[in-house]
Design a protein around this ligand. Structure first.
Ligand SMILES: [Cu+2]
Length: 460
C-alpha cells in the first residue's frame, strides 16, 4: 500500500513503515500429521502414514549454500516429535534430538528451527523422537543444499530409497515396533521397497542425457546394494560432501541406512532398451528400483567426465596421527550377546538387559548414558575406532560434524557422516571437533539405536 497525505491525517500513519526488528516473519510451516497414502500396489488398501505436510516422503526442501533455513515444526500428531536435520553441521540447539538437545514437541505444540547451511550437498531430515517408529511410519524428507556454482547436468533428481513393512490385508504398518526379534537382529526390514514413496518409481530420459542422481537411504535398517543398467557415471559426493575427484561408479553401490551418494550419470541406453537403477532383492535377484524409459537423443555423443563439485569449507582433518585414539566396541545382539553393559546407571548382564528390551552396547554403555563417551576441547582432532564385535552390520552416524575414515596405513578416506561397519570388522574415524555441544554417535539401524546402540560425545 502507499501512504497518502489523507492517510496520515486519518491516523493510519501509525502503522510503522519498516518492520521493527522484533517482528520476525513466522517461518514456513512443516506440519507433522497423519495422511493416507497409496503405498502398496493398486488393489491393496491405502496406508495411514505419519507425514510431513501430508506427503511421503516429506516436502523436498531446497536452499542455497550459505543461506539460513527456518521451519516451524507444527505437531499435529498424537505423539511428541522433533526433527533432526541429518548431516547439517548445525547449531547444537537445532539438532532435534529429543532429550539431549531439546524437549520433544508435544501434540498440538510447535518448535521453531532456524540454522545456517554451511555446506552444499544432499542431506535429509527426519524425526528424532522415537525415531524407530516415527521414521518407519513416514517422517522423513530430502534437504538439498545447492552449490552456488552447480555442476553442468541436464537434470537433478532426488531419489529417496525406502522400504515399508506393510500388512497386505489392511495396508497398515505391520508388526510391533517394539518386537525384540527385529531389534536384536538386523532391524526392521520392509516387505516393499520403493523410491519417493512409490514401489514403481520411474523416470523418463533421453540417450546421452546427463543426470545428477541424489540417492538417500531413508530405510530403517535396509542396506541397499545397487547397480546401474543402461547408465554410466561417476560418484561425486558421499553424505553430502564432495569427493576431491569424481570416481567412476563401482559395479555395486552400497548405501547403508542414512547414507547418501550423489551420482552424475549419462544415459547410455538407446531408445527402447532397458535402463534402470537395480537393487539386490531379498530373493537374490536384481530388481528395478527405478525404471528409466529412454526415448530420443539428447546429444549425438556422450560428454567428457564431469569436474569435481566445489569443495565445502572445513573439509581438512589435520593432526590425525597425534590424536588420542579411543575405542568404541559394538557389542550384543542375537547369536553373540555380551557379558554385561551399563544401562540407566546400573551394570547388568545380558539377560537383565534383554528383560528391559535392550540388546546392544557401545563401549559398554547401553543407550544414552549420563556421561558422554568422550569429551573434546573445541578444535581438537578426535579419533575413534569403531569395533564391530557383533554378527550384524551397523551404520554408525555422528551428529554435528563429518568425519573421515582412517585406513590402516593412516591415509584419510572421504568425508562422511555415516559409516557402515561390517561384522567382525572395524572402522576408524577422525574429525575436527569444532562444533560445540552434545552430539549423538549412534547406529542408524533405528531398532538398534532404540535398544542400546546410542552413545554421545561432548565438544566444549
Ligand atoms: Cu546397528
Amino acid at each position: 500500500m502507499s501512504f497518502t497525505r489523507r492517510a496520515f491525517c486519518t491516523g493510519l500513519a501509525a502503522v510503522p513503515l519498516t518492520r521493527p526488528a522484533w517482528a520476525q516473519a513466522e517461518a514456513p510451516r512443516l506440519t507433522a500429521r497423519t495422511a493416507t497414502i497409496q503405498l502398496a500396489p493398486e488393489g491393496y488398501p491405502a496406508t495411514e502414514v505419519w507425514s510431513y505436510d501430508g506427503l511421503l516422503p516429506g516436502p523436498q526442501i531446497r536452499a542455497q549454500q550459505g543461506s539460513r533455513l527456518s521451519r516451524r515444526l507444527v505437531n499435529d500428531l498424537q505423539v511428541p516429535t522433533s526433527v533432526h536435520w541429518h548431516g547439517i553441521r548445525i547449531d547444537n540447539a537445532m539438532d532435534g534430538v529429543a532429550g539431549l538437545t531439546q524437549e520433544p514437541v508435544p501434540p498440538g505444540a510447535s518448535f521453531d528451527y532456524a540454522f545456517d547451511l554451511p555446506d552444499a550437498g544432499t542431506y535429509w531430515y527426519h524425526a528424532h523422537t522415537n525415531s524407530m517408529e516415527q521414521v518407519a511410519r513416514g517422517l522423513s524428507g530430502a534437504l538439498i543444499v545447492e552449490e552456488n556454482a552447480p555442476p553442468d547436468v541436464d537434470r537433478d533428481e532426488v531419489l529417496m530409497l525406502d522400504d515399508w513393512l506393510l500388512d497386505p490385508e489392511t495396508g497398515g504398518f505391520a508388526g510391533d515396533f517394539e518386537a525384540p526379534m527385529m531389534r536384536s537382529h538386523a532391524g526392521r526390514m520392509g516387505n516393499l521397497t520403493g523410491i519417493n514413496g512409490r514401489f514403481d518409481f520411474s523416470l523418463e530420459a533421453q540417450q546421452n542425457e546427463r543426470l545428477r542422481l541424489r540417492l538417500i537411504n531413508a530405510a530403517n535398517a535396509r542396506i541397499f546394494v545397487l547397480r546401474l543398467e543402461g547408465m554410466t557415471g561417476w560418484t561425486v559426493a558421499l553424505d553430502g560432501m564432495p569427493l576431491a575427484q569424481p570416481e567412476p561408479v563401482s559395479a555395486e553401490i552400497i548405501l547403508a541406512p542414512a547414507q547418501r551418494v550423489d551420482l552424475i550419470v549419462d544415459v547410455t541406453a538407446e531408445e527402447g532398451t532397458p535402463a534402470a537403477l537395480l537393487s539386490y532383492a531379498d530373493d537374490d535377484s536384481w530388481q528395478a528400483l527405478a525404471e528409466v524409459t529412454v526415448s530420443g537423443l539428447k546429444s549425438a555423443a556422450p560428454r567428457a567426465a564431469p569436474a569435481p563439485l566445489p569443495p565445502n569449507p572445513r573439509m581438512q582433518v589435520p593432526g590425525v596421527a597425534e590424536a588420542e585414539l579411543r575405542e568404541m566396541r559394538m557389542e550384543g545382539g542375537a547369536m553373540r550377546g555380551m557379558a554385561s553393559g551399563r544401562f540407566e546407571g546400573q551394570d547388568m548382564d545380558f539377560q537383565q538387559l534383554v528383560q528391559r528390551g535392550q540388546f546392544w552396547a557401545l563401549a559398554g554403555q547401553v543407550g544414552r548414558g549420563e556421561a558422554p563417551f568422550a569429551r573434546y576441547a573445541r578444535g581438537e582432532t578426535a579419533r575413534i575406532r569403531l569395533v564391530n564385535d557383533t554378527v550384524f552390520p551397523h551404520a554408525m552416524h555422528l551428529h554435528g560434524m563429518h568425519f573421515r575414515t582412517v585406513a590402516a596405513d593412516g591415509s584419510l578416506g572421504p568425508m562422511r557422516d555415516t559409516v557402515l561397519v561390517m561384522p567382525q570388522e572395524s572402522a576408524e574415524i577422525a574429525f575436527v571437533a569444532d562444533n560445540p555441544g552434545k552430539w549423538l554417535l549412534h547406529c542408524h539401524m533405528l531398532g538398534h539405536a532404540a535398544s542400546g546402540m546410542t552413545n554421545w560425545i561432548e565438544v566444549a
